[in-house]
Write a protein that binds this ligand. Structure first.
Ligand code: GLC
Length: 798
């Protein structure tokens, strides 16, 4: 079933059936002022922290309520509806709606009883308030007398949990006022100085600009009325908000305005919401008296985001690929990059920092679009590397480089809940920093001095050397990196001296990368050292982890093999196979065998399972995924992040058909017409998809904030599209379905424009017969940066 479609030109997803199988969300603003909104206007807003700076209420794990509601009422007939289908929920036979989710804005349109409404929701660029810009148009042939009532439900406490559960307390610290077109909410009003026992005064406002307030309400119960719901508030039924304010109990902001529309006439006004005191609110509201403000602000958002996305665009025979790469996967990459795992309809904002591996991985998704943003975050993550070379598992939002405690300190463990280092964290720096330097050409970055988290400082090169040392100083009994607390797989506890094949491969790859840097630095002794340990590590992995047609998953402390072919459960694991290829460790023959085993044993119509069969009777002590139902998450579910790695691995092998098969199975856009199965937004990756063993095979979960965004992006851009920059230039090595006859790529590469036209007359899945750059024939498919003009016409024949 289909609920919407992609509008590629406007970079929007348009939902024309509002009864979607899940709330389909969009991200507005930034964590400085964050707003999440569904296609039915459900969602919440916060300043700085979803958990501690919550402004409006949203009930988790309930169905998408409350939200940013605009009720509409025909004052001649008393009939009422809402500008988003919910919460009033008129019959879809007579109510038509379209929700346009765009880049940092959402426009919800509706047509009902001859009235066309549009509510454009957005947070202006770099601002900390939100706008609901309403336009009503009379499409009927008679004069209409209407009321529009904007409603938001304030939290009684900035901490969302306290607001939900500590009712003997939080109900009695909030009150509202009405002044000058605004509801003003105050929490802890009596606190005059800084704080009392840690509690400070907090002020919010909900105002109306561009139309007169006819009535208001600041008390939720008064607005809804006893035994009424958001679907039928008495204030809306009566066409009068009653001018009541809240003193104790629940605050809200509700403002009614009366609009008369002649046939064909339109009127526009805006509700503005924020966490500001009255003076600041007045200042903000002034701008919206000017009718042009909203249009200007919307254009700023579009220019900003499209400007970034346009740094890499493709035109291929696959609409689904184009929509993901040109807009939605890219936009999701920016959201994960900026928001980390801060707030969604699943994450309520309780995490008090950045996960090391997640954040370093997230960076990879935007490097080809905004290397300058990547640089800033890379510096930050390097400053969260401990002087022993390991990463802080959790980097606090208050991170203070040079002065942090570490997993070696009980204080860190107590505060973050992370008991120990993880084996993989700092190893993610290698692909990320390599990709950044190759994209930007900023080779000097490796000499930049960055502090360590706890003490001292060193060049980026030194930071990377210490990351290698961290693993080399903690080897297990077989000579591979010790498992420590966990590797990429949070559920896999191999024990402190257990050993993960995946991490060993990451380390092997890291050694290759650091050699490139060592060559730049003429660090001959170090190259010798790395050659020696890399050879040894490679031989160990080959000797200890290769088994006929697959790599095992690792060794548990004490020597038990995990992921052996003959194990009754979990005998085949995805990541050691994809990473055997990505790391450059496996021979061609091993790669072919391992990838074939993946396809044979793990692939499904909805993507590749993380492992199989699921644990049930034979889990080892430390296989925490056993706790999940079969076919779910790490227990033989289709964990989405590794889909990107298997796409990349297949593409690196030149297997375009396979790479694309894996893209297509797991791509949200490819499931657009089966939305009732997938349930999640067809424009955004989730954390995982349920697989064989679940009665809901194909259903996806945990929208938006997932490492999947970046790995799939890399799998598609570096893998399928074959964009492989290095320090000196770029290789163009697409691996695509053999039935693609031609496709185009435009790329901004270090300020130079590349217009790449690829043809595939003989139906290959990879390879290059010939390439020209600005008419000049090249020797192969590599272009030196120095040979590029400002604008370059590149043709490649596969
Ligand atoms: C979640 C975690 C991530 C971990 C993955 C696999 O996505 O955020 O850190 O690697 O699960 O367990």
């Amino acid at each position: 079933m289909k609920y919407g479609h992609f509008d590629e030109t406007r970079k929007e997803y348009v939902i024309d059936r509002p009864d979607t199988p899940a709330p389909w969300a969009n991200y507005l603003g930034s964590p400085a002022y964050g707003a999440i909104i569904s296609n039915n206007a459900g969602g919440y807003s916060f300043e700085k922290s979803g958990a501690n700076g919550r402004i409006i209420r949203y009930i988790f794990n309930s169905f998408d309520q409350p939200g940013r509601y605009v009720y509409l009422r025909d004052d001649d007939t008393s009939d009422f509806w809402s500008a988003s289908w919910q919460p009033v929920g008129k019959s879809l036979d007579e109510y038509k709606s379209e929700c346009h989710h765009g880049t940092a804005y959402t426009n919800i349109m509706a047509d009902y009883s001859g009235i066309h409404s549009e509510v454009l929701y957005y947070v202006p660029l770099d601002k900390t308030h939100e706008v609901w810009n309403v336009t009503l148009t009379n499409k009927s042939d008679k004069t209409r007398h209407l009321s529009a009532i904007g409603f938001c439900e304030f939290t009684n406490d900035c901490n969302y949990e306290q607001d939900q559960v500590n009712l003997q307390y939080t109900l009695f610290i909030s009150r509202t006022y009405y002044r000058d077109q605004k509801i003003l909410q105050v929490i802890n009003e009596n606190v005059v100085n800084d704080s009392v026992d840690g509690n400070a005064v907090n002020k919010r406002f909900f105002g109306l600009a561009g139309s007169e307030v006819a009535s208001y309400c600041g008390d939720k119960e008064e607005f809804l009325g006893m035994y009424h719901t958001y679907a039928d508030p008495v204030a809306v039924i009566n066409g009068d908000c009653g001018n009541k304010l809240n003193y104790n109990e629940n605050s809200c902001g509700a403002l009614q305005t009366k609009i008369t529309l002649e046939p064909g006439e339109s009127k526009t006004f805006s509700f503005i919401l924020g966490m500001k005191d009255e003076a600041a609110a007045n200042e903000i509201m002034k701008a919206y008296e000017n009718e042009k403000t909203c249009a200007t602000e919307l254009q700023e958002l579009i220019d900003y985001w499209h400007g970034k996305l346009n740094n890499f665009q493709v035109k291929t025979p696959s609409e689904s690929f184009n929509n993901m790469i040109n807009t939605w996967n890219s936009y999701q990459c920016f959201m994960t990059f900026i928001w980390s795992r801060a707030a969604s309809f699943t994450y309520c904002g309780l995490r008090n920092g950045y996960g090391y591996r997640d954040t370093v991985q997230d960076i990879q998704g935007i490097i080809h679009l905004a290397p300058e943003m990547a640089l800033e975050k890379i510096r930050f993550m390097l400053s969260a590397q401990v002087d022993n070379g390991g990463g802080l598992p959790l980097v606090k939002y208050t991170h203070n480089p040079g002065h942090e405690d570490t997993p070696d300190d009980p204080s860190y463990v107590k505060e973050t809940g992370h008991p120990a280092y993880r084996a993989d964290d700092a190893l993610w720096l290698f692909p990320t920093i390599y990709k950044y330097i190759a994209e930007s050409g900023n080779i000097g970055f490796i000499d930049e001095v960055v502090p360590f988290a706890n003490k001292d400082e060193g060049t980026v090169y030194e930071h990377l050397k210490r990351a290698i040392d961290f693993s080399m100083n903690r080897l297990g009994d077989n000579g591979m990196p010790a498992g420590l607390h966990a590797d990429w797989n949070d559920c896999l506890r191999l024990g402190k001296r257990g050993e993960s094949t995946f991490v060993a491969m990451q380390l092997y790859y890291a050694m290759t990368v650091i050699k490139y840097f060592a060559e730049l630095k003429d660090d001959a002794d170090y190259i010798d050292y790395i050659n020696e340990i890399q050879y040894k590590m490679g031989s160990t992995i080959q000797e200890k982890c290769w088994e006929d047609d697959r790599y095992i998953r690792g060794y548990k402390e004490g020597g038990m093999v995990i992921g052996s072919k003959n194990d009754p459960e979990a005998s085949m694991w995805l990541n050691p196979q994809s990473w055997a290829v990505i790391s450059g460790l496996a021979t061609r023959e091993q790669s072919e065998l391992a990838l074939e085993s993946v396809h044979r044993e793990l692939n499904t119509p909805y993507g590749v399972r993380l492992m199989f069969p699921p644990y049930k009777e034979h889990a080892f002590d430390g296989a925490l995924m056993l706790l999940f139902n079969a076919g779910t998450k790490e227990n033989a579910g289709i964990f989405s992040q590794p889909q990107g790695w298997i796409i990349l691995a297949e593409a690196l092998m030149g297997h375009g058909n396979r790479a694309f098969e894996y893209f297509d199975e797991s791509s949200p856009a490819s499931m657009n017409d089966k939305a009732e199965v997938r349930k999640l937004e067809p424009y955004c990756h989730g954390q995982f998809t349920e697989s064989v063993g679940s009665p809901y095979e194909g259903r996806s979960h945990v929208h938006w904030l997932t490492g999947t965004a970046s790995t799939c992006m890399v799998g598609c851009v570096e893998g399928i599209m074959g964009m492989r920059p290095d320090f000196y230039g770029i290789k163009i090595a697409p691996a695509v379905p053999s039935d693609w006859k031609e496709f185009d790529i435009t790329k901004n590469y270090r300020g130079k424009k590349l217009n790449i036209h690829v043809t595939n007359p003989d139906g290959h899945e990879s390879g290059c017969q010939s390439m020209t750059v600005n008419g000049k024939a090249m020797e192969d498919n590599y272009i030196l940066f120095d040979e590029l003009d400002d604008v370059n016409e590149i043709t490649l024949v596969m």
